[in-house]
Design a protein around this ligand. Structure first.
Ligand code: GZL
Length: 384
């Protein structure tokens, strides 16, 4: 197919340029973290010659057959994956899940771009995948808006897009979204705190919130859910600032909170485990005791392995899981598309609410009874 030959040649050039300056790398990104790419595709001249030969062979077999034969020059299904970044343990697990499933051994050619929390770079990474004429594009959107233009470009290029984890709120030009209900996570944290405070005879809640990255749907949902319960129960949210889902961010915000509010709070809500680790360091350095049976109740989200270790030790009172292992469900969507079937628009991940103490058996979230799971070593050993 002529389009394929031109695309492949353009792609080889564009890919080299793209990976040189995209995703938080190059001279546009202050962070200094170069884009981390795991380019398993052949993008050198030899590869484009091979692809040209294959495409010519395809032409001989007729465009229709070639059009149906999704796949790179070696028959692999080519996937472009624009990942948020590398900010947390959760993110590392999410990336590994995709790299494990979409491997060469499994018949895939994964073009991975770490966009280093840079929304502009993420849009350019998607445009690079269009230039490469990949078969599918996976996006974990850093922020939930600003997507319709580039998703329209994907649609015009005939490349199906699958969204994982965070949501896109200003366009529906994608096949499926695989992820979690972040507002439910926030509601669950609020409902647990309400039941836990009642069980412990704590009548007043003065909470500090360390939010995730600004504009991320995970941040928006968790903030909204917890605030709904706080408002319904007359709690005070003393302050709520972004720690950007990082350990350094969590420590920095907590240090600032301690300066402003020491002695005026009894709950700290961290919107991911890495922020909680940073908040712990800040409180420990200030001599503030946190965790089970201490002055400050510490709540977290994600429930990564290191987070669950802190729950079992009693440093974190409760940890609300956000499952990062979306790739198997994404592969199911791709296989349905390959078979000409129509996947579900939304696929929700299974998640658990982890606690240290066995003082509450369940909580009611959105009117539904949901179990609480006391963390054990066996659970930790099996976690992501
Ligand atoms: C949530 C995910 C968030 C995690 C953080 O689905 O997008 O981003 O909670 C990660 O750990 O940085």
């Amino acid at each position: 197919m002529k389009r394929k030959i031109v695309s492949v040649l353009m792609c080889a050039t564009m890919t080299a340029a793209l990976f040189a300056g995209c995703g938080g790398g190059g001279d546009t990104q202050a962070s200094g973290d170069a884009a981390k790419t795991d380019d398993t595709a052949k993008t050198d001249d030899a590869a484009s010659d091979d692809a040209a030969d294959d495409a010519a062979a395809d032409d001989a077999a007729g465009d229709d057959a070639a059009a149906d034969n999704a796949g790179g020059s070696d028959g692999a299904i080519t996937i472009g994956f624009a990942q948020v970044g590398h900010e947390s343990d959760w993110r590392t697990a999410s990336t590994k899940s995709c790299q494990d499933v979409f491997s060469a051994e499994n018949g895939y050619d994964l073009q991975f771009v770490d966009c280093d929390n840079d929304s502009a770079a993420q849009i350019e990474a998607v445009r690079g995948f269009i230039q490469q004429a990949v078969d599918y594009i996976i996006i974990d959107p850093i922020v939930s808006t600003g997507w319709d233009t580039v998703l329209t470009e994907c649609e015009d290029a005939g490349i199906p897009v699958i969204i994982i984890d965070r949501t896109i709120d200003d366009s529906d030009k994608y096949v499926s979204w695989v992820g979690s209900n972040f507002k439910t996570e926030g509601l669950a944290a609020g409902e647990w705190l309400k039941a836990y405070a009642e069980n412990k005879g704590i009548s007043e809640i003065n909470a500090l919130v360390i939010e995730g990255s600004t504009g991320a749907s995970a941040t928006i949902g968790r903030t909204e859910g917890f605030k709904e319960i706080a408002d319904a129960n007359g709690w005070t949210i003393v302050d709520s600032q972004s720690g950007d889902f990082t350990e350094a961010g969590g420590q920095e915000v907590m240090e600032s909170y301690i300066k402003s509010y020491e002695g005026k709070f009894n709950v700290v809500i961290c919107q991911n485990d890495n922020e909680a680790f940073g908040a712990m360091t800040a409180m420990k350095n200030a001599g503030i005791e946190y965790g089970v049976g201490k002055d400050v109740i510490l709540v977290s989200f994600d429930a990564c392995t290191a987070g669950l270790e802190k729950v079992m030790s009693g440093d974190i009172n409760a940890d609300f899981e956000c499952n990062p292992l979306a790739a198997p469900d994404v592969e199911k969507v791709i296989k349905q598309l390959q078979a000409g079937e129509t996947p579900e628009k939304e696929v929700y991940m299974t998640e658990h609410w982890y606690v240290n103490e066995d003082v509450l058996s369940s909580i009611t979230v959105n009117g539904e009874e949901q179990a609480l799971t006391v963390v054990t070593q066996e659970i930790i050993d099996a976690q992501y």
